[in-house]
Ligand binder design. Structure first.
Ligand SMILES: [Ca+2]
Length: 289
């Protein structure tokens, strides 16, 4: 009996891992670091802020350097390391982490000299002022862009939301410069393989904000359908002229991702509109060359 079941269990485990789906979390975070930081602030800001009010002295600057999409990355130049960190706060207290579900934090980073140790931490927001750290990861950066990722699991308490990332650095020689770009949080849905159902049926219609945004020249637009219907997903310029049709067909319920390549278009604000039965939604995006 045991020898009959074991290969099946191993196969199931492999299958489970293989089918694990990463679902991007719609955090209100300028994870591509295309824009100037908000600064030292509090409150519910859409975007992200940097808390410079720390012993460690550093200058933050959005510079013309990028590992992936977009043109810019965040440069952090430290002249003094005071043993404390710098905070990057993703300000979205609406997004609640699901307990006991693994999430993956990923970020691209490099430094101007090897072995600049950087700690990346992830925290969750709870109540009005409390942050609970979910993980801290010490990384020896190199002079080449590399992607680093860490998995974490939300605590079981309810009402917690993803809020807080921080950085700290250590090096034997100062000043140091390091760069970060393309910060993402994805939810790892490991239940999919077990259910043997690659398309989890969503519970609400949704047109997600494209990622990255701003973008150059391509971006990803995703949407969810609760029921199957005829889908139209079109791109319009700022004058309302249709410039592209991404989808125009019947689709079953499910979650979809579309790549939009804007190589033929010029810089500017565009909108994308989905029509799925009675569900109509439009969002804006920025092509930045
Ligand atoms: Ca970027």
């Amino acid at each position: 009996m045991k020898s009959t079941i074991l290969p099946f269990v191993l196969l199931l485990l492999v299958y489970w891992q293989f089918l694990a789906i990463a679902q991007e979390i719609p955090i209100n975070l300028n994870g591509g670091f295309e824009e100037t930081p908000v600064g030292i602030t509090g409150g519910d800001i859409i975007g992200w802020e940097l808390d410079l009010n720390k012993p460690a002295q550093a200058v933050f600057e959005v510079v013309d350097d990028s590992v992936k999409e977009g043109n810019h990355a965040l440069k952090i130049e430290a002249t003094n390391l005071g043993g404390n960190d710098w905070d990057i706060q993703a300000i979205n207290r609406q997004f609640t982490l699901e307990p006991n579900i693994p999430y993956r934090y990923s970020i691209w980073a490099k430094a101007d000299k090897n072995n600049t140790f950087t700690n990346f931490t992830v925290g969750e927001f709870y109540g009005s002022t409390f942050y609970e750290w979910l993980g801290a990861y010490a990384i020896p950066l190199t002079t080449d862009w590399q992607e680093y990722s860490f998995d974490f699991v939300a605590q079981t308490n309810t009402g917690r939301s993803l809020n807080h990332f921080s950085l700290s650095a250590n090096s034997t020689s100062l000043p140091i410069k390091f760069y970060i770009d393309d910060l993402r949080i994805v939810k790892l849905d490991l239940s999919v393989g077990i259910e043997n159902d690659p398309l989890e049926i969503p519970t609400e219609f949704l047109l997600s904000q494209n990622y990255p945004n701003p973008f150059n020249p391509s971006t990803v637009i995703s949407y969810q359908l609760v029921v199957g219907s005829h889908i139209s997903l079109k791109i319009y310029d700022v004058l309302g002229n249709e410039v592209a049709t991404l989808v125009n067909e019947e689709k079953p319920a499910g979650t979809y991702e579309m790549d939009f390549d804007a190589s033929a278009l010029s810089s500017g604000v565009y909108s994308y509109k989905i029509e799925a039965g009675d569900f109509v939604q439009t969002k804006k995006m920025i092509l930045l060359r």
